[in-house]
Design a protein around this ligand. Structure first.
Ligand code: GDP
Ligand code: MN
Length: 365
């Protein structure tokens, strides 16, 4: 009886806190004005960094995509930074550069030390006032994406800008979309309130000066884009995701589960590091960091604990516990619920991998 009561309480907390956070963010923060003065005529020198490891099949398309942007050519520089790919990625990038009037530098790291390390190598060659990171396995939805991202940095209170994400390339794929609806709404609502602590490698734009102030991209967490943005937000600048900046991410066709676990693992690392800095966070940012750290670090475990307690009680013949457990399983027929449960499992597995010291920050599956 006591098992059940505790289990049901844990399950209630597990589901109600994220829902309450979502509804509050949507009802209150999302309705706020941006309080940002964007300027589409602000076109400072921009460096787009594309980190690559074995992206031979995608790098050409990625460079075409950047070249199709309507950003002024003489203010745009691209740096492809490759870390000892075993395919022809850097050669393909060099060939592409020879046949195009875009300013492209191809840098080669002799050893692979991870994406963040590569970004820092690129940073030491970057001449832009604004630095934009964009993964090779992604595209920007429109020709003016870059210009609109940079326009927001015209406001001196903004230090970093990211896109919202839509997935592509996964055939059934709709599970992911449900999650992104909830997820994108939170990103934008948090941004209106102050900043979002979750950034996307598909488009992460930073003021160069601030990158130097936070000592470049952190190599101690796999979530380098999110952590860099959060460090900038902790300095009092805003780090925002805009609803009209859309990135398309190519989902892996193989190894989907281990990819999700690795992503979760990186987010857990990011929030674990962020947690230590919450006490000194700007006032507007604090509730966001507290909520997101809770949701990533603690909340998934309540679900696991509830499931274990209910299973134990059900195994002892407790009918109510068996019924509650069955209900939880039957609900898996509902997509949003199933998506949620999956994301919680990824976070638990990611945390366990972190605790076991497995999977260095930059390991690629
Ligand atoms: P995921 O999106 O988190 O699964 O990470 P990806 O494997 O897609 O990596 C994101 C981007 O970083 C891609 O463009 C990769 O090619 C690139 N990348 C991954 N690892 C390295 C690395 O060690 N060095 C460099 N230079 N790029 C990397
Ligand atoms: Mn990727």
């Amino acid at each position: 009886m006591i098992f059940e009561a505790v289990a049901l309480l844990l399950a209630f907390i597990h589901f109600s806190i994220p829902l309450a956070y979502y509804w509050y963010a949507k009802a209150v923060w999302l309705k706020k004005p941006w309080n940002i003065k964007a300027d589409l005529n602000y076109t400072p020198r921009v460096t787009v960094i594309v980190p690559t490891y074995n992206e031979a099949t995608l790098i050409q398309q990625k460079l075409d995509d950047i070249a199709a942007q309507d950003y002024p050519r003489d203010s745009l520089e691209v740096i492809v930074v490759d870390s000892a790919s075993t395919d022809r990625t850097p050669e393909i990038a060099e060939e592409w550069a020879r046949g195009n009037n875009l300013q492209v530098k191809v840098l080669r790291e002799p050893v692979r030390r991870g994406k963040a390390h590569a970004l820092n190598t690129a940073l030491s060659h970057a001449t832009g006032e604004v630095v934009v990171v964009s993964d090779a396995d992604s595209t920007w939805a429109t020709r003016d994406t870059l210009r609109r991202a940079v326009a927001v940095l015209a406001d001196p209170s903004v230090g970093a800008v990211t896109c919202i994400k839509v997935p592509a390339g996964r055939s059934p794929g709709r599970v992911e979309e449900t999650y992104r609806g909830y997820y994108n709404t939170l990103r934008v609502a948090e941004s209106k309130k102050h900043s979002t602590p979750v950034f996307h490698g598909e488009l992460a734009a930073f003021r160069r000066k601030l990158l130097d102030e936070v000592k470049a991209f952190p190599t101690y967490t796999g979530s380098d884009d999110s952590h860099t943005a959060t460090l900038i937000a902790l300095k009092g600048y805003r780090a925002v995701a805009l609803e009209d900046l859309v990135c398309v991410e190519f989902l892996p066709t193989r190894g989907y589960t281990s990819w999700r676990v690795r992503r979760a693992q990186h987010l857990v690392q990011h929030f674990a590091y962020t947690l230590k800095r919450v006490p000194r966070a700007p006032r507007g940012l604090k509730p966001i960091l507290v909520a997101e750290a809770y949701l990533h670090l603690l909340n998934p475990w309540l679900l696991l604990a509830a499931a274990i307690l209910l299973s134990a009680a059900a195994a002892k013949g407790d009918v109510l516990a068996a019924a509650a457990l069955s209900a939880g399983i039957l609900l898996l027929a509902l997509k949003p619920y199933r998506t949620w449960i999956a994301s919680q499992l990824y976070l638990i597995l990611g945390s366990l991998r972190n605790l076991s010291g497995k999977g260095i920050a930059w390991e690629k599956t």
